[in-house]
Ligand binder design. Structure first.
Ligand code: GRF
Length: 203
């Protein structure tokens, strides 16, 4: 008997990517289930979204722990208890440590609002806008020990036009994220993604 593919989303903010993935599951576009939300922000919109969608959440305050590995070990216990297959970082504003990275190598992905390796880190949309690049976009990549350095799974580009403002660019990026992240998660649920060194193949 095959069990359903189980996804955990980690998020700290508004949770639009979390919602997009939940919606794709509901619509039958991802063959799996969102089994858990992990968040370090008890009052965030994403925690409320999980409650409304009836999805379990593990919400913690990093200040209650002596170091990162202590709360990550608790997260690992929550993931293992639910037999999570894939960790989806979606605006999770904490760095992950080897406790999670090593246990979930090849099973943890992130979405970043630039065409990596350009503009890693915070405020990627603003960095690209201020730099004056003509093309930017969205990257979905595996998570390794570095900052937005893991093997690239998918990218989608968008042009920055003369009339664009930071606000209009943010909205273009959001609209790419709406379709791209659920699509990539569905590839994982369907077992289509293979990783060989830094080369990712979608079958
Ligand atoms: C998104 O822009 C994503 O690319 C970045 O963090 C943001 C999260 O937004 N990693 P939301 O919480 O999903 O609305």
């Amino acid at each position: 008997m095959s069990s359903r593919y189980k996804i955990a989303v980690f998020a700290s903010g508004s949770g639009s990517n979390f919602q997009n993935i939940v919606n794709a599951v509901v619509d039958g576009n991802i063959q799996g289930e969102v089994s858990l939300l992990v968040s370090n922000k008890p009052n965030s919109r994403v925690v409320e979204r999980a409650r409304q969608a009836n999805i379990d959440s593990f919400v913690f305050n990093p200040k209650d722990y002596k170091d990162r590995s202590e709360y990550e070990l608790e997260i690992v216990a929550e993931l293992e208890r639910r037999e999570i297959d894939l960790i989806v970082l979606a605006g999770y504003m904490l760095l992950v440590t080897p406790v999670l990275v090593e246990r979930y190598a090849g099973k943890m992905i992130n979405i970043h609002p630039s065409l990596l390796p350009s503009f890693p880190g915070l405020n990627a949309i603003g960095q690209a806008f201020d730099y004056g690049v003509k093309l930017t976009g969205v990257t979905v990549h595996f998570v390794d020990g570095g900052m937005d350095t893991g093997a690239i799974i998918a990218q989608e580009a968008v042009a920055i036009e003369a009339e664009d403002t930071l606000v209009s660019l943010e909205s273009k990026i959001r609209s790419i994220e709406t379709t791209l992240y659920p699509k990539v998660v569905s590839w994982f649920a369907d077992g289509r993604v293979t990783l060989d060194g830094r080369k990712v193949t979608i079958k």
